[in-house]
Design a protein around this ligand. Structure first.
Ligand code: NAD
Ligand code: ZN
Length: 360
């Protein structure tokens, strides 16, 4: 057997206010005054001088605002890359993503596609990227997805929702400044936080579990419980701790895999555009048979934080719609193998998934 050799984020800064150091981090990486830094920023920060006023723009550096209302699409990446190449005299010195998982994934994908020919949909899958990405930096403003640490960038393409999983995907530099998460709305805080919680449950209960994943998964789970159940921290402490939980949750799945909630949530996302965090919650709420303890605790967290999940999201779907969702979910074979084991196809049938989706 051969063990996988994973790349990691090369450099990391952690601390409240560390965003102020961005200029010092970037300047040595500027290759030429005609090679700008491109800041891809969540448009929720447009007009927010507290954040955007600290983006260290020089020479031809640019901010491109993007919406996080929808998850990234391959066509959106291709369009952004074309725009950046047309607008810059030389290849950019780097791409800096400032936002949640949506924006971080866009920044990763753009940094890859600036150096690789063709369309981004041609690279959805595992290890299809040939050329190293340009320098890219991730600065999360909401905690939970682990996108800041992962080796993937999840994109919805013409045929599938699937990541560009490659050794060139992880960020060269990450800035973890928990203060940037201070204004996240409560519901969104819960949904994205639960993404981290679900990463832990799926990793710790999967057949791919190993000591590496377990060490990170257990720590992240402990932090999630302290934050979402035990109320152990002040607001600021909770921001710090959730940012580290996200990191550890991401590290945990790096060397294992996610499971049933993610596979089925991808189906919902593909067909209905349901976003990752809330989609995971909608699905996970009905997965007692797979994750009894994890789901019981999730239901407690939901009550504690007054979260009402949408009901009946699948009630008006046609058979063709169900088939689309089921095909997307079943195509994610490593997730099912992790969740159920090598013989997962015996129990995870289209009928089984349809019955589960019908409850949602
Ligand atoms: P998001 O980026 O979609 O943002 C959710 C909402 O929160 C948006 O409305 C956004 O504008 C808002 N927001 C973000 N930061 C804020 C702040 N500081 N203050 C106020 N509002 C703020 O949320 P997410 O849950 O972090 O990311 C979901 C995306 O991440 C999905 O596209 C999913 O596919 C992807 N994802 C990627 C990975 C990976 O490993 N690459 C893992 C999990 C999820
Ligand atoms: Zn996730």
């Amino acid at each position: 057997m051969s063990y996988r050799n994973y790349p990691m984020v090369a450099r990391i800064v952690f601390g409240r206010g560390s965003f102020n150091q961005l200029e010092d981090l970037l300047e040595p990486k500027r290759s030429h005054i005609d090679a700008p830094f491109i800041f891809i920023v969540d448009d929720v920060f447009k007009g927010n001088a507290w954040l955007t006023g600290r983006i260290p723009l020089k020479y031809d550096d640019k901010i491109i605002y993007v919406s996080a209302n929808e998850e990234p699409k391959t066509s959106q990446i291709d369009h952004l890359v074309e725009q950046i190449i047309l607008d810059t005299k030389q290849k950019p010195s780097g791409i800096i993503g400032i936002g949640g998982g949506t924006v971080l994934d866009i920044a990763k994908a753009v940094s890859i596609m600036i150096k690789n020919p063709g369309l981004s949909s041609e690279y959805q899958g595992w290890d299809l990227v040939k050329n190293e990405a340009i320098y890219h930096v991730g600065i999360p403003t909401i905690s939970g997805t682990g996108a800041e640490v992962s080796r993937t960038t999840v994109l919805t393409g013409p045929e599938r929702k699937l990541g560009i999983n490659s050794d060139y995907t992880p960020f060269d530099q990450v800035v973890l400044d928990p203060e940037l998460t201070k204004d996240v709305p409560k519901d969104q805080w819960f949904y994205t936080g639960m993404d981290c919680y679900i990463h832990c449950v799926e990793s710790l209960n999967g057949t791919f579990l190993n000591a590496f994943s377990q060490s990170y998964g257990e720590k992240a789970l402990e932090l999630c419980k302290a934050i979402f159940i035990e109320d152990k921290y002040s607001k600021e402490e909770a921001e710090d701790q959730l940012m580290m939980a996200s990191w550890h949750g991401g590290m945990s799945i790096a060397y294992s895999q996610v499971g049933v909630a993610h596979a089925m949530s991808y189906g919902l996302g593909y067909l209905l555009g349901t976003k990752h965090g809330i989609g995971n919650c909608i699905v996970f709420d009905h997965l007692e048979e797979f994750y009894p303890e994890g789901v019981a605790l999730f239901k407690q967290m939901k009550v504690k934080h007054n979260i009402t999940l949408p009901q009946g999201v699948c009630s008006n779907l046609s058979d063709a719609d169900f088939n689309t969702m089921i095909n997307v979910a079943l195509s994610l074979e490593p997730l099912w193998e992790n969740a159920i084991g090598k013989n997962w196809k015996k129990t995870i049938t289209p009928e089984k998934l349809k019955a589960l989706y019908k409850k949602m």
